[in-house]
Design a protein around this ligand. Structure first.
Ligand code: GLN
Length: 537
């Protein structure tokens, strides 16, 4: 069978959940026994979102091979349970970078380099790249942005060309739109969808399937109307109704026959019905929790829902694993102080201090760590959260009053967190952190080793600073245990305090590897510890 290419575009508005629909279709096809991957093409000029402030674009998701990517890749991994790579996220910046580099090398032999064909050829090359590896039966491409945006035009044009260059049965185009409900008129409105499809068609791309995001069910009449005005069959208009969980969407899409329509159009033969047993089991647990806990997420980007996406999702997976609903209270670290911390964190069964960069909100993070440490409240620090746990311990237990990370205070007399050696000469910002998966060796008998139940694990990193090894013995003598280290470099990866019921900090980001079907062990143990804490009260 040839590799099949599915393209997902969006219209009317952004944030319709294109990534979730793409991931849901991928999940369904995978559950039918097909080898599936998803890639995202983003129209912005940044080479990758690594240099973007989380307020701009939400979390930056890190892959095993160290790519800093769009957060939709996190959804792809969580739904599919397979690793994405550098090749799965392409931006306009990357495309232009390649073309301009080639031009400087003289590769265009004196030709005028233009959007069509040079930019579009490079887009097409990348759209087909993963398919050409022979590793996949289906490659789903999500085109970021909204059809009609000036910046997405080259992507849509590349799609248009592929629509004719690929065999008809290897190409499928899905368009996701919004059907707004007007309360005053008590009516669902199809006009924006008609316009959006017109826009797509005027670019020469014909949608095979229209997925309508809606708050209310679409009536058969409405589906017929959309089909009539948008040039598709009535059965090819499907609804994506607001779901109680994003993880319910694959099942909703299956009920709407999205996967069946896809395999038909793509002429995929001998397909089986999707086997979603484990997925459904997870949903069952998620839907019917037996208990509840409150967990604080202390960070400085809390205003934006997507800034800690993978952490939020990892908590959901960990909750389901414990048959427990986890109420996450996001707390702005800038609003926390030593004076108000007890009040701000009252009623919390667990405290998670989030990753981050820069000075803002640091005193609040340190106050939150201290509150957790002194009151025996389960604590989990991730990356900057772990670093602040180290700083807090240095200040309060070791008595180093001005202990700090040199990121916040370069002049400190106790640089307990310091720049990594290889970072000291780095001036370029993009893609230069310690990125991607590294091995972490666990010390037998520690909390970390009990949690993972294996001697060496691989976890993903994204940071420039690390624990300063000069202080190792002082910390150990005062009761902090370094339970995870990099076997090659000796870098500290996990810290814990054994005299505390549950106090753990990781230099890496375990949230990137959590999926509904394989919840991340530290998150699961953290929720369990929060539950124990609650029950003992
Ligand atoms: N700012 C810290 C560093 O660069 C932590 C980064 C993070 O939390 N991802 O080391």
């Amino acid at each position: 069978m040839n590799t099949k290419y599915v393209f997902v575009t969006g219209g009317v508005a952004s944030s319709l959940g294109k990534g979730i629909v793409a991931a849901s279709l991928a999940k369904l096809l995978q559950a039918r026994g097909l080898r599936v991957t998803i890639q995202k093409f983003d129209p912005y000029i940044n080479i990758d979102p690594g240099t973007l402030n989380p307020y701009e674009h939400g979390e930056c998701y890190v892959t095993e091979d160290g790519a800093e990517t769009d957060l939709d890749l996190g959804h792809y991994e969580r739904f599919l349970g397979v690793h994405m790579s550098k090749a799965n996220n392409v931006t306009t910046g990357k495309i232009y970078n390649t073309v301009i580099t080639k031009e400087r090398e003289g590769a265009y032999l004196g030709k005028t380099v233009q959007i069509v064909p040079h930019i579009t050829d490079e887009i097409k090359r990348r759209m087909l790249l993963l398919g050409r590896t022979g590793q996949y039966d289906v490659v789903i491409t999500e085109v970021g942005g909204t059809v009609g945006d000036m910046e997405s035009q080259p992507f849509v044009e590349a799609m248009r060309q592929l629509q004719w260059e690929l065999p008809e049965e290897d190409f499928l185009s899905i368009h996701l739109t919004l059907i707004p409900y007007l309360k005053a008129a008590k009516e669902l409105k199809t006009k924006p969808t008609q316009h959006s499809v017109q826009e797509l068609q005027s670019a020469g791309v014909h949608p095979d399937i229209i997925v309508c995001r809606t708050e209310k069910p679409l009536t058969p009449e409405l589906r017929k109307k959309i089909a009539l005005f948008c040039n598709v069959r009535p059965g090819h208009v499907i609804q994506s109704i607001d779901a109680w969980s994003i993880y319910q969407v694959p099942l909703n899409m299956h009920e709407e026959h999205l996967d069946e329509l896809a395999v038909r159009k793509l002429e995929i033969e001998n397909f089986t019905q999707p086997d979603l047993g484990r997925w459904k089991e997870f949903l069952e647990r998620l839907r019917h929790p037996k208990c509840e806990v409150n967990v604080a997420l202390v960070g400085k980007y809390v205003e934006l829902q997507d800034a800690y996406k993978s952490i939020q999702e990892a908590i959901v997976h960990a909750g389901a694993a414990n048959d427990c609903k986890v109420n996450v209270k996001t707390i702005h670290s800038e609003q926390v102080s030593e004076e108000n911390v007890a009040e701000m964190l009252a009623g919390m069964d667990g405290i998670l201090v989030a990753p981050g960069f820069g000075e803002r909100g640091i005193p609040g993070k340190i106050a939150a760590v201290r509150h957790a440490r002194e009151n025996g409240i389960p604590f989990f620090g991730i990356c900057l959260g772990m670093q602040m746990a180290v700083v807090e311990f240095a200040r309060d237990v070791l008595g180093y009053a001005d202990a700090a990370s040199t990121e916040m205070n370069p002049g400190t007399t106790h640089p307990v967190i310091d720049l990594m050696e290889e970072q000291k000469t780095t001036t370029v910002k993009g893609g230069t952190m310690r990125l991607g998966a590294y091995a972490c060796q666990l010390k037998p008998g520690t909390l970390a080793s009990r949690i993972y139940g294996q001697p060496v694990v691989q976890e993903r990193h994204r940071h420039r600073y690390e624990f300063n090894d000069v202080y190792r013995t002082a910390f150990e003598q005062a009761g902090m245990v370094f339970s995870g280290t990099n076997p090659d470099t000796g870098l500290v990866e996990i810290v814990e305090i054994p005299s505390h019921p549950f106090f753990i900090g990781t230099q890496f980001h375990p949230e990137f590897k959590s999926t509904p079907e394989t919840p991340q062990p530290i998150f699961a143990a953290f929720v369990k510890a929060a539950l124990d804490k609650k029950q003992e009260q």
